[in-house]
Design a protein around this ligand. Structure first.
Ligand SMILES: [Mg+2]
Length: 169
């Protein structure tokens, strides 16, 4: 269940390395990955990053949130995406793989939640990247997920397999 790569934020990921490894499609979670949950506009830093990444990658967003939430992001960034994705189920990844004619080796999922984003990628057998949450706020449903996530991470930490804040990959 642990991610292949763990970084502080989307700005700390080594995208050059990913490209060298054959990744062509970056699939980002939205809330607390690309920006704050309570912010409708896309942070400037994220806008700049995605614009740069689009030169080398197919960039997509998959969010469990509603269409109205994801729409401004898709429009501002000029990327495709799936709303109401029902992560950790991997329907949306199946759809993306088929629609864009990708192989699993080309795809990576990047998100701030172990039990939605990482699990979704793991169950589909693609590379997974966990980042720390962008902001301090979470949706109520996410707060419940965090309790479970903390429980899992605490167990990994006890076993010495993972430590929050100790980034790798
Ligand atoms: Mg998220």
């Amino acid at each position: 269940m642990l991610p292949d790569i763990y970084k502080k934020s989307i700005y700390d990921i080594d995208y050059v390395k990913l490209k060298k490894e054959g990744i062509t499609c970056l699939i980002f979670d939205l809330d607390n990955t690309l920006g704050n949950v309570n912010q409708m506009s896309v942070p400037l830093k994220t806008r700049k990053l995605i614009k740069n990444l689009q030169k080398d990658f197919l960039v997509l967003i998959i969010s469990n949130n509603f269409k109205t939430r994801i729409k401004p992001y898709l429009e501002t960034l000029g990327v495709g995406g799936v709303s109401f994705a029902l992560k950790p189920f991997n329907f949306s990844l199946i759809k993306i793989k088929r629609n864009y004619k990708l192989s699993k080796k080309e795809m990576v999922i990047i998100g701030d939640q172990l039990i939605t984003d990482v699990l979704c990628g793991k169950s589909f057998n693609i590379k997974t990247i966990l980042v720390d949450p962008y902001g301090d706020n979470d949706y109520r449903i996410t707060k419940l997920n965090r309790i479970l996530e903390n429980f899992i991470l605490n167990r990994y930490e006890k076993k010495g397999k993972f430590k929050r804040g100790v980034y790798y990959g």
